[in-house]
Design a protein around this ligand. Sequence first.
Ligand code: 5GP
Length: 178
Amino acid sequence: MINELEKDIDRILFSEDDIKAMVKKVADEINEDYAGKKPVLVALLKGSVIFASDLMRGLVIDCEIDFMKVSSYSGTQSTGVINIVSDIRTDISNRHVIIIEDIVDTGLTLYKLKELLAGRNPASLKICTLLDKPSGRKADVYADYIGGTVGNEFIVGCGLDYNEKYRNLPYIGVMRNS
Ligand code: 5GP
């Protein structure tokens, strides 16, 4: 069948095999750090869904997953606030929590989300992201587990969208004319 999406992709940054290797690297680190700790993965909708499900299958430790959808209001850089569209149901007090993100860009969303979840008294709180875009950072927030790093370009695929499109691409690429 004709791939309806491929024509919009200028070049592939990470192939399916690259993504598999990045997921395995992160899963191995989490397996080692969380053995016996039964962490709760908090996957951010919608972008992290594919990464989160790939990552879970690479985990050999006892763990749980829950989902959260937040939207950010830009405002000024330092006062960006987030709105919880859909919250987790899991009580995370005294639990080891790992936020699962698709890509950290400005970091404003995660900065605020970390603050919010920290207020629920987890035993620990870390961030795991498939990709990091350090050149976009505006908030003082860093991921503890990072699959790969990208430059200052807009990418799609493997959960990452452009107007809800391209999430189902099995690879990560740069859009034409982006
Ligand atoms: P920030 O770190 O700026 O608060 O927000 C990160 C979110 O912005 C990501 O979860 C993702 O939804 C979106 N984002 C940032 N960079 C990109 C990109 O290159 N491509 C896509 N598709 N989304 C991005």
